[in-house]
Design a binder for this molecule. Structure first.
Ligand SMILES: *Cc1c(COP(=O)(O)O)cnc(C)c1O
Length: 302
């Protein structure tokens, strides 16, 4: 079963009186709809990794993530679809019960390797990676979040889905691979804003600038909508996600897309995003991660 994900991608324009009053046209590129398991931006970051793995005769994909990792989830599904074995190096000890995410990963055939936080921290250390490679000689190693050259290059394909008359593009940012991949390919006249999902996200700026071609400088990171840090949340965010679903029938996740959409509405409310803007935001998927919330917190969506 090869994956043809990219057919269903569309842009939904939000019908919203509040937006109309402020004369903002807000479209959402629905990467969340492309596949139930390999949803969102993760597929784009994986596809060239899969090609490279196959081209070099590797039989498995190995990567890293936490208990609710969208990346490991997508990688397990994509590997299964392409007949590759998958190995997930997971931060933390197995515990008595696996998270629903890791349950899915395992049932899709992923081999789970639990490592301590100390070892997990070495996920980019060349010596550690060499020892993993030695242990799994058949494996193609993919960094956490799919953040490598193949990942960024694959994400670049998303740029072709942005209409030429778009006045601004917004998307959530974790490692920055999706953001840089799109920025590298998108018409440089269209400004891009990335909403960082973690506290102090400005540290990503030099890394993003460093991988972009000369002249691709029409972008900024919006670092103030982190809600306390990565995968942190509060009532305000949850109320927003519930309300958004009630109004638009579109689910958001609490780690990435919920924070971005909240931020976009704030930037419109405060006039930073101005009347007349044609904005396209990217729904990067990741809805499976909402299973990391205690039950009952997103009643509208359940
Ligand atoms: C992983 C993820 C991101 C972040 O992508 P990066 O390329 O790491 O910046 C954004 N949104 C969702 C839903 C994700 O799962």
């Amino acid at each position: 079963m090869a994956i043809d994900l990219e057919e269903d991608i569309r842009i939904d324009y939000l019908r919203d009186v509040w937006l109309e009053e402020r004369q903002v046209r807000l479209g959402m590129l629905r990467l969340d709809l492309v596949h139930p398991l390999v949803s969102g931006n993760k597929w784009f970051k994986l596809k060239e990794n899969i090609q490279a793995a196959r081209a070099s005769g590797r039989r498995s994909l190995l990567s890293f993530g936490g208990a609710y990792s969208n990346h490991l989830h997508a990688l397990a599904a994509a590997a299964a679809a392409y007949g590759l074995h998958a190995i997930g190096v997971v931060r933390g000890l197995p515990g008595d019960t696996l998270s629903p995410t890791l349950e899915d990963c395992r049932s899709m055939g992923m081999e789970l390797q639990f490592v301590s936080r100390e070892i997990y921290r070495r996920k980019e250390d060349p010596e550690y990676l060499a020892s993993l490679q030695q242990h799994y000689p058949e494996a193609w190693l993919v960094p956490e979040g799919g953040n490598n050259e193949a990942g960024m290059s694959g994400a670049g394909a998303i740029a072709s889905r942005i209409p030429a008359d778009t006045g601004m593009v917004c998307l959530p940012v974790g490692t920055g691979a999706t953001f840089s991949g799109i920025r590298a390919k998108l018409d440089r006249h269209i400004p891009m804003t990335g909403f960082t999902a973690m506290k102090g996200g400005g540290y990503l700026e030099p890394g993003i600038a460093g991988v972009l071609p000369d002249g691709q400088d029409n972008w900024r990171l919006e670092t103030s909508f982190h809600f306390g840090g990565f995968a942190r949340y509060d009532d305000v965010l949850l109320r927003f996600i519930n309300g958004f679903y009630e109004r638009h029938n579109i689910q958001l996740d609490f780690v990435y897309t919920g924070k971005m959409m909240y931020g976009i509405y704030e930037l419109i409310r405060t006039g930073i995003i101005q009347a007349g803007t044609h904005l396209v935001c990217i729904h990067t998927g990741g809805l499976q991660g909402n299973r990391g919330l205690p039950p009952g917190l997103l009643p509208a969506m359940q």
